[in-house]
Design a protein. Sequence first.
Length: 72
Amino acid sequence: MSNVNMLLVKESSGLPKIAIGVLLAILLFGMFIVGYDQGQLFSLVEGQKAFDDMWMHEFYHDLRHAAGFPCH
């Protein structure tokens, strides 16, 4: 009878938790890019010029309005 009980117990691995964590990080990064980026992402490469150009802001401008993010 103990063999039957052992077959019904399933070992869980940490892989689903890691996958959920990675997907959550991607979601949060995507929300930052779409909703709040005002040149911060490209400022790592372009410096102060990125805050003047705001490429990501302009690219996602209509999506921001549709999603309800305030941008101006």
